[in-house]
Design a protein around this ligand. Structure first.
Ligand code: MCN
Ligand code: MOS
Length: 763
């Protein structure tokens, strides 16, 4: 458990909700003072390394472990032969198959790079050396390489992800103007700075896991179910995380291997994935293909959208990357049809990567809408405004708040869009072609229950305590601000304790739902703690306020006072001393009244079962954005530089605009990477990810990133969350790639429909 003490920057109001308080764990992270999962000093720790399959499909027929076992310092070798005694855990929604054993090192090989063995030794180096001595024999089977492999077929229709209204096919056929094209995105990876790994230690039948986690309570459940333990016997410790981007939301096979090895050995085990293993031990964003057909009138009124999407998935799980997620809600359209299919190929199961679904979906529809604009000779901004959706045509519900019009118009003003000349290749400086493009983005508001604890200590400090996590997005900081405001205590007097599954339950830091959820819980708890303190001050026989005759008190700037301002006033430490109290502890949660009895045990926050989607209520609730991109393309070499971006967002109220601007910029930077560089290359001979390292899998560097201007056009949305904010963490990436692809078309006249926009596609 790490206690974070906020330090104040700038003005006094910076410490309240809406203030620009700086991330107070940032300094610890960049100076090395923050302890990451693999750095915990754990006595007697042994080191495990994974051995991964070199074929993409088939079976392990034998593993000769004799040489490895005889190597110096080797303690244990695990192979598919070993019965680890694990059971399959629940899925995200808390559904658990009965009596289904779990094999984290399976004999059946479903992809190249699948873990099939592990070697544990006294040091990591000894384990690495011994692992090379394993003799593995396979029975290889034919593999399906990717979405384009003829053997892949058309996949499986995901009925629940398909949508339709009106008569899209007929309306399309009757439309005077039509466009139809296929858009595709490659395999993309999270590449969080901190690689995955863990340290696992058993104390009798209690398991402690130091592992970076976006969801301590969810992962606690994973481990408990694998090992058949009561939830309270498992502790996940994760106070600092070097980025997750969706990859650290669930416990993964390597975690089961490390914990099982620790149990077998009776010794703590540390397992650090190599960077290449981070490309196959969990999945990134699935490759997608989608066709979009738009029908419109000659003056640009959309008549129909027909969307057909495919994404690759593994051969053992149907994981959707929903290319039809943004398509139905960005524009007003009376006739709509969308179908999504998953296509099994020999790859690790894809995962959630910042803006799952919405991201590739926006790439399709936002490119298509500009293709339509050029076809009818209309400004793409005007076309978007002309087809503005006044409500959600999919659910039929009104928007809670939707300031996408403001995002488009204010973004356009800040960008100088009116100076654009419409024709492709019409803006240049010498041999540099200049292009401008727009991409809109959206991300749903997800709501989940959370709990929090407030502790008032004898020394007058106030602790905010939650099992929620901070992977860099600012949870520590906004919770200090929330408690400061609700309690009436300056932010410097508040400590925030996060990142441990023993602490009160919290929503996942995923789906951009944590901030709205956990600020609601802390706000409620801090207000309750303040009321409890006032109650004690008024009623406790030892309280000096008993003599004042006051029937109410105020708490402000950390002082509790009679309201007149002239009577008795004590600071928290003085009051706690007078009351003879060491500590006052208040816990609350945001479960509805009829569900207050729920706990971890029955899925209050350790599964997604109680997460509410964007239309589970009277309104349709989403964050929105509009990106304006300027690119410069070298006419001779085809190199693309993003030279300027302006992005305007509606994310409701901002709890901390400084954090939010960083979140938006972070998303935009990832979007620039997606547009220009990112692509998992697979060796056609064996299905291996070739560029499985940060040297070859290109992500943007500082030199690739221009000035990024971000603008907030949101208004508080109290349908979306208790404090009026909508999700921030993911919407920033959504719409960036199409804005850049559209700008590249404007610059060059070449329409590239498959990401990334590399130079060989342009020359
Ligand atoms: N915030 C705010 N006002 C709001 C909403 C959010 O001030 N109305 C700020 C807060 O600082 C909050 C942050 O934005 O901590 C993100 O809030 P939210 O949108 O609720 O997202 P989560 O806290 O649930 O974080 C997860 C989200 C996701 S899903 C991915 S993926 C992602 C992202 O956050 N991964 C990240 N941002 C990341 N940022 C960093 N540094 N590292 C990652 O791995
Ligand atoms: Mo974010 S991809 O939902 O962790």
């Amino acid at each position: 458990m790490t206690i974070m003490e906020p330090r104040k920057h700038g003005s006094a109001s910076d410490g309240l909700v809406g203030g620009r308080l700086s991330r107070f764990e940032g300094r610890m992270k960049i100076t090395g003072a923050a302890t990451y999962a693999l750095e915990y000093p754990v006595e007697g720790v042994a080191h495990a390394v994974l051995v991964q399959s070199t074929i993409a499909a088939g079976r392990v027929t034998s593993i000769d472990t004799s040489a490895a076992l005889a190597a110096p310092g080797v303690l244990l070798v695990l192979t598919p032969e070993d019965e680890l005694g694990l059971m399959t855990a629940s899925d995200w929604y808390g559904n658990r198959p009965e009596n289904q054993p779990y094999f984290p090192l399976p004999r059946e090989v479903s992809y190249n790079g699948q873990s099939i063995a592990a070697v544990v030794a006294e040091s990591r180096e000894l384990a690495v050396e011994a692992a090379k001595l394993l003799r593995i024999a396979y029975d290889e089977a034919p593999r399906v390489a990717d979405l384009y492999d003829p053997a892949a077929g058309k996949g499986k229709l995901m009925e629940n992800l398909s949508a339709g209204w009106g008569d899209a096919e007929a309306a399309l056929a009757a439309s005077p103007v039509r466009i139809e094209a296929e858009y595709s995105t490659p395999r993309e990876y999270h590449v969080a700075m901190e690689p995955h790994g863990l340290t696992a230690r058993w104390d009798g039948d209690r398991l402690t896991v130091w592992e970076p986690s976006q969801w301590t309570h969810g992962m606690q459940r994973n481990y408990a179910e694998w090992f058949g333990l009561p939830l309270e016997n498992v502790q996940i410790v994760s106070p600092f995380i070097g980025g997750g981007f969706g990859s650290k939301g669930v416990a993964l096979a390597y975690g089961a291997v490390a914990a099982a090895a620790a149990r077998k050995l009776g010794r703590p085990v540390r397992l650090a994935l190599t960077r290449p293993q981070n490309f196959t031990s969990y999945g990134g964003r699935a490759a997608t293909r989608q066709t979009i057909a738009l029908g419109a009138t000659e003056d640009g009124v959309l008549q129909a959208i027909v969307h057909r999407g495919f994404n690759e998935t593994s051969t053992y799980a149907d994981v959707p990357e929903q290319t039809g997620a943004a398509t139905p809600i960005l524009y007003k359209v009376e006739n709509f049809s969308s179908q999504s299919r998953v296509v099994p190929v020999n790859v690790v199961s894809p995962g959630a990567l910042r803006g799952p679904g919405k991201n590739p979906s926006a790439f399709g529809i936002e490119c298509a809408i500009e293709e339509l604009a050029y076809k009818i000779g209309m400004d793409p901004l005007e076309l978007r405004l002309k087809n503005y959706a006044d409500h959600d045509y999919q659910s039929g519900k009104p928007w809670s708040t939707r300031r996408l019009r403001e995002a488009l118009t204010e973004g356009a003003d800040a960008f100088g869009w009116s100076k654009r000349s419409h024709a492709p290749r019409s803006m240049r400086e010498g041999r540099t072609l200049i292009g401008w493009g727009i991409g809109c983005g959206t991300f749903p508001v997800l709501r989940a229950p959370s709990a929090a604890m407030i502790r008032i200590l004898g020394n007058g400090r106030v602790e905010v305590v939650s099992g929620a996590i901070d992977m860099g997005q600012g949870t520590y900081t906004i919770l200090a601000q929330t408690a400061s405001e609700a309690f009436g205590v300056p932010v410097e007097q508040i400590d925030v304790v996060l990142g441990d599954s023993r602490l009160p339950g919290s929503a996942i830091a995923g789906g951009s739902m944590l901030a709205g959820s956990i600020t609601g819980a802390v706000h409620k708890t801090a207000a309750a703690a303040r009321d409890e303190l006032i109650g004690l001050a008024l009623n406790d026989p030892m309280s000096p306020f008993r003599d004042t005759g006051a029937n109410t008190l105020t708490v402000s700037e950390g002082r509790i006072s009679v309201p007149s301002g002239e009577g008795l006033s004590l600071d928290l430490a003085e009051l706690m001393a007078a009351l003879g109290r060491e500590e006052i502890e208040v816990t609350r949660n945001t479960l509805p009244d009829d569900a207050q009895g729920l706990t971890d045990q029955n899925n209050a926050w350790s599964s997604m079962a109680r997460v509410q989607g964007p239309t589970m209520g009277d309104y349709s609730m989403h964050s929105w954005c509009a990106h304006f991109a300027e690119v410069r393309v070298d006419e001779d070499f085809g190199t693309v530089r993003v030279s300027r971006m302006v992005s305007a967002f509606d994310c409701g109220r901002l709890y901390n605009p400084k954090m939010v601007e960083s979140q938006w910029r972070g998303g935009i930077i990832m979007g620039i990477g997606q547009a220009l560089f990112e692509e998992g290359h697979v060796d056609g001979r064996n299905g291996r990810t070739v560029n499985n390292n940060v040297g070859d899998y290109l992500v943007p560097t500082n030199a690739d990133i221009p000035d990024l201007q971000v603008i907030s056009v949101g208004v508080p949305d109290y349908e979306a969350s208790a404090l009026g904010g909508k999700g921030v963490g993911e919407v920033g990436i959504v719409g960036v790639a199409p804005a850049i692809a559209n700008a590249v078309f404007h610059a060059t006249g070449k329409r590239i429909r498959d990401l990334p926009l590399t130079l060989e596609k342009l020359i």
